[in-house]
Ligand binder design. Structure first.
Ligand SMILES: NC(=O)c1ccc[n+]([C@@H]2O[C@H](COP(=O)([O-])OP(=O)(O)OC[C@H]3O[C@@H](n4cnc5c(N)ncnc54)[C@H](O)[C@@H]3O)[C@@H](O)[C@H]2O)c1
Length: 408
C-alpha cells in the first residue's frame, strides 16, 4: 500500500523489547522509541506496528503507555503484540517476523547479550535493522552481523544517538577544522544513578557493566570525531557498593585507550564511569567530555545544559532538554523532541527512501553508524572486558590496512 500523505510505500515497523528505552517501563515517562514512532507517524508513511516482548507483563506495560500516548498525541496507533498468550516466550519475535508484511524494518531493544541472535534473525529475514548500542559485546558477534548484512543487503545501523547531539557535532567540527590542533588527550566522565544497576537492569546486570553500557557512547563519539583506531586499551574497576548489595558488578570503571589518527599521530582518552550516583543527583546522566589539542581545547559539560528546576516535591533537577523531552504548545498539542527522537526518525526516513528506490543501502556507508562502524567500539569493549579481569594489563589491538586483525 502507498501512503496518501507521502506517496511512499507504507512501512511496517517491528519493535523487539518492551523495556525502559522502548516505553519508559518503571518510570513516569514513555522512553524514546515509542514517542519517536508517534512523531514519525505525523508525516511518515507508517504501516503496521508490531511490538514483541518475552512475557505478557512487558506487553501489558507497553499497552498502558500506548493508551496514554494515543491521548497525548490526539491520534491512535494500534500495534499488534507478541506473545499473544501469557506464557513466557523469548522466541515470540520469530512468530512476529513471519507475520510482518514487507516493506519492513525492525528496532532491536533487548539486553546486549541477545543483540547478535535477535538482530541476526531480523537481518536474515531481509528486514532493515536498527540495534541499540552496543551492537554486541564481542568482535566475533559484530563480524557475523556485518557478514549477514552484506549477504542480505539490508540497511543496518546502531542507535548511537549522541552523534546527533549538537554539543558533539560542534566538538567534531572543532577537531576536524584543526582549530585546536592535533588532539593529545580526551577526558570523559559519565555516570548514572544507582537505581539503574540495582533496580532497572536487575534482570540482566550480569551481561553488562558500566563501561559497556555508558562509556561506549563516548568511545563512538571519539571515533566519530577523529576517525582514529585504537592501539592499546587498559581498564581497572572497583567492586564495593554494588557487591555489598549482592550484585557482582563494578561500581566504577576507569579505562585508558591509546588511539592512532589517520595521520599517524597518537592521542589518549580516559573514560571515568560509574553507576552508583545518589538517587538525589540532579540529573539522570552526569556527563562531560573535553579534548586538549596542540593549539587549544574543547570542553562540553553535557549535564549542565542551562536549566535548573527546584521544587518542594522533586528537589533540584537539571533536565536535558536536548535528548528526548516532551514539549507542550499553547494550542494543547505536544511534541517529543531531541537527538534521541531524531536518531529513530532518521532511521525510519532512511529505510523509507531505500524502499522507494530513492537511496541505496551502500549510499549510507560512512554517513551513518552502520554495523561496519561498530567494529571499533566493540574492539574496545572486548579489550576492556579482558584487561579488567587481568589486573589492568594493557591489551594491544592490531589493525592491518584499517581492518581489525586481533589482540596481543
Ligand atoms: N535505557 C536507556 O536509556 C537505553 C538507551 C540506549 C540504549 N539502551 C540499550 O537498550 C537495550 C535494552 O535496554 P532497556 O533500558 O530498554 O532495558 P530493559 O531491561 O528495561 O528492557 C529490556 C527488554 O528486553 C526484553 N526482552 C528480553 N529478552 C527478550 C526476547 N527474547 N524477546 C523480546 N524481548 C526480550 C525484556 O522483556 C525487556 O522488556 C540495552 O542494550 C541498552 O544498552 C538503553
Amino acid at each position: 500500500m502507498v501512503s496518501t500523505k507521502t506517496n511512499m510505500k507504507l512501512l511496517n515497523i517491528l519493535v523487539i523489547g518492551t523495556g525502559i528505552y522502548v516505553c519508559g517501563r518503571g518510570t513516569d515517562g514513555y522512553g524514546t522509541i515509542l514517542p519517536a514512532i508517534y512523531e514519525w507517524a505525523r508525516c511518515g508513511s507508517l504501516g503496521d506496528i508490531y511490538i514483541v516482548g518475552a512475557h505478557i507483563e512487558g506487553i501489558n506495560t507497553v499497552k498502558s503507555k500506548v493508551a496514554k500516548l494515543n491521548k497525548l498525541f490526539g491520534f491512535d496507533i494500534k500495534p499488534k503484540y507478541f506473545p499473544e498468550s501469557d506464557s513466557y516466550d523469548p522466541e515470540a519475535y520469530e512468530a512476529a517476523i513471519r507475520k510482518i508484511p514487507r516493506p519492513a524494518c525492525s528496532i532491536v531493544v533487548v539486553p546486549d547479550n541477545l543483540h547478535r541472535k535477535i538482530a541476526g534473525d531480523t537481518v536474515s529475514n531481509n528486514i532493515h535493522t536498527l540495534v541499540v548500542k552496543p551492537l554486541a559485546p564481542t568482535v566475533n558477534e559484530v563480524v557475523e552481523l556485518i557478514e549477514l548484512q552484506e549477504v542480505h543487503v539490508v540497511y543496518c545501523a546502531v542507535e548511537f544517538h549522541k552523534r546527533l547531539d549538537r554539543s558533539n557535532l560542534k566538538l567534531r567540527d572543532t577537531v576536524v577544522s584543526g582549530r585546536i590542533g592535533n588532539p593529545l588527550y580526551f577526558v570523559v566522565e559519565y555516570s548514572q544513578r544507582k537505581s539503574i544497576p540495582e533496580k532497572k537492569f536487575k534482570s540482566w546486570i550480569e551481561n553488562t557493566n558500566i563501561f559497556q553500557y555508558l562509556g561506549i557512547h563516548y568511545v563512538d563519539i571519539i571515533y566519530f570525531v577523529t576517525g582514529a583506531i585504537p592501539k592499546r586499551v587498559m581498564a581497572v574497576g572497583q567492586k564495593n557498593y554494588l557487591s555489598s548489595r549482592g550484585i557482582d558488578n563494578y561500581d566504577s570503571m576507569q579505562v585508558v585507550v591509546e588511539w592512532e589518527m589517520p595521520s599517524g599521530a597518537l592521542f589518549s582518552s580516559v573514560f571515568i564511569t560509574n553507576w552508583i550516583d545518589p538517587e538525589s543527583s540532579s540529573a539522570m546522566s552526569n556527563q562531560r567530555i573535553k579534548v586538549i589539542g596542540t593549539k587549544g581545547r574543547y570542553e562540553a559539560d553535557q549535564k549542565k545544559r542551562g536549566i535548573c528546576v527546584t521544587s518542594d516535591k522533586e528537589g533540584v533537577e537539571e533536565p536535558n532538554p536536548d535528548f528526548c523531552s516532551m514539549y507542550g504548545f499553547r494550542n494543547g498539542d505536544i511534541s517529543f523532541q531531541g537527538y534521541g527522537i531524531d536518531s529513530i526518525t532518521g532511521f525510519l526516513n532512511d529505510v523509507t527512501m531505500i524502499e522507494n528506490g530513492q537511496l541505496k543501502v551502500e549510499d549510507l556507508d560512512c554517513k551513518r553508524p552502520t554495523f561496519k562502524e561498530s567494529i571499533v567500539p566493540t574492539v574496545i569493549i572486548e579489550a576492556v572486558n579482558r584487561s579488567i579481569t587481568e589486573d589492568g594489563r594493557w591489551i594491544n589491538t592490531t589493525f592491518e590496512e584499517g581492518r581489525f586483525s586481533g589482540y596481543e
